[in-house]
Design a protein around this ligand. Sequence first.
Ligand SMILES: [Fe+2]
Ligand SMILES: [Fe+2]
Length: 171
Amino acid sequence: MFGIHQLNHSQSNSSSFLSNELALLLNASPQTVVDWLTDAHHTFEHETIPRIEQDFLNLIRLFPNTPSLPVIFNLFLKFQMEMKLHMEIEEQKIYPVFLQQVTLESNREFNELMHSHEGSEPFLEEIIALLERSSFSENPFFQILLSRLKQFENDLRDHAWVEDHVLLLPY
Ligand SMILES: [Fe+2]
Ligand SMILES: [Fe+2]
């Protein structure tokens, strides 16, 4: 479970897009928070993920005799498919409930459901670790892919932090 160390992580990480906006989001209206999260989903789906896929394809073209690369790429494809499903559920089922700000018997349960981000990040962490162990780690195209994946991991961690700590119903 996330704790105060996560807040420190976000504040000390200058490359994190959350660090400048966290204080604002903590005091923002529910609609502002949901808009911010939905915009991030849009960026992940339409900018970050396609760029990473393109980086993978470039690398596979450059290193056609490296069978591990398509295998790692497949892991990423699986990851992004699960992530898109996750974002769809949030936008269709979770964010609307948060916007209603109703106090239900089930609010505590709903909040606990929101605290369920542990599963997906280790997946991306694993992909990064596999790539770092590969033989072409000095290649500049590889370096671009790696830094994009790491930035994505940071952004997702911050995104999940906001969902877990700001997107809470009263109970
Ligand atoms: Fe999300
Ligand atoms: Fe999420």
